[in-house]
Write a protein that binds this ligand. Structure first.
Ligand SMILES: [Zn+2]
Ligand SMILES: [Zn+2]
Length: 309
């Protein structure tokens, strides 16, 4: 059983509206939670979805425009008030550390839990987290200020044992784990080598998700997001505002879909919609004209990348 899904906590650009919040998402990888961007209102959306704050151990911030991080200090404070003692890991542009420290200094506050701050490079892509579940790397985006996207890749899974073959080749129990990892087995008495493929089958699929935050159209990101199962790409404007998109370092829905098509992803979510669009059908239509498997981000919607197998 695999869970790999994304919850949209905010789909708006710039400022919050009554219906939409600025960017934030929660990624669930086998019940481990990863928060991606933290615009205003993130806390209330988490509460609405009954997500326990204490289960979030890693927070990724794409860039320092307020619509992507102004909810963070509030969230950190609430975690403190809830009595958190487990460390929180933040991956963000370096100056955010100064902003957090300034707040703590002038509010006379402190955090009851350790805050591990990991400054990310805005110049070159890097792996910023690797644990048993996922590997997370950055994607350099093209925005007005340094901005990175994040690619989450599930770690390779273990190969599946073929029970009948195990019996046939008389494989002892102690060797099962090494076989699951893909190694061959040598019978200690006879020296006979049993090839791994004879007694195992290929592992379950490992899923991937790419989050491309604010950016103008940039084909340089394609190699890094190639073939992901799900891509989130901002789509602030419709095509008739394409000039405005270039000026503000944002993308149109068609451009987001073009990136999805060229990167050969399985499906696309578009978001970060300008407040000028009360109805989002036009954005969806324009994206679908290029890349059919497109959906709109909207608050409190879970997108299942994998549920079970
Ligand atoms: Zn933004
Ligand atoms: Zn921005």
């Amino acid at each position: 059983m695999t869970t790999f899904s994304v919850l949209i906590l905010g789909s708006s650009s710039a400022s919050p509206t009554l219906k939409r919040n600025p960017t934030s998402q929660l990624l669930n990888v086998n019940e481990q939670y990863y928060l991606v961007d933290c615009g205003e209102g993130t806390q209330t959306r988490l509460r609405e979805n009954k997500i326990k704050f204490q289960r979030i151990n890693h927070i990724f911030i794409s860039h320092l425009h307020g619509d992507h991080y102004l909810g963070l200090i509030g969230l950190l404070q609430t975690m403190h008030l809830l009595g958190r003692t487990t460390p929180i890991n933040i991956y963000a542009p370096e100056p955010l550390k100064e902003i957090i420290d300034l707040h703590l200094k002038y509010s006379g506050g402190f955090l009851r839990y350790p805050l591990h701050f990991n400054a990310i490079s805005s110049k070159s892509s890097e792996i910023i987290l690797e644990n048993e579940q996922v590997k997370v790397s950055t994607v350099i985006l093209d925005h007005r200020i340094p901005c990175t996207g994040f690619v989450f890749k599930e770690q390779p899974k273990l190969r599946k044992i073929k029970p009948q073959a195990i019996a046939y080749y008389r494989i002892p129990k102690y060797a099962i784990n090494q076989l699951k990892k893909g190694e061959d087995f040598t019978h200690p008495d006879t020296g006979e080598i049993i090839k791994n493929e004879l007694v195992t089958s290929k592992p379950a699929k490992s899923y991937s998700y790419a989050f491309c935050s604010d950016t103008k159209y940039s084909e340089s990101i394609i190699p890094q997001i190639k073939d992901v199962d799900l891509l989130y790409h901002e789509a602030t404007f419709m095509e008739n505002e394409s000039k405005r998109a270039v000026e503000t370092y944002h993308s149109t829905a068609k451009q987001a879909a073009t990136i999805a098509l060229k990167a050969n992803v399985n499906s696309l979510i578009i978001g970060h919609f300008s407040n000028r669009y009360l109805n989002l059908d036009g954005l969806l239509e324009e994206a679908k004209s290029i890349f059919e498997n497109t959906q709109l981000a909207f608050e409190n919607k879970w997108f299942e990348i994998a549920q079970s197998q």
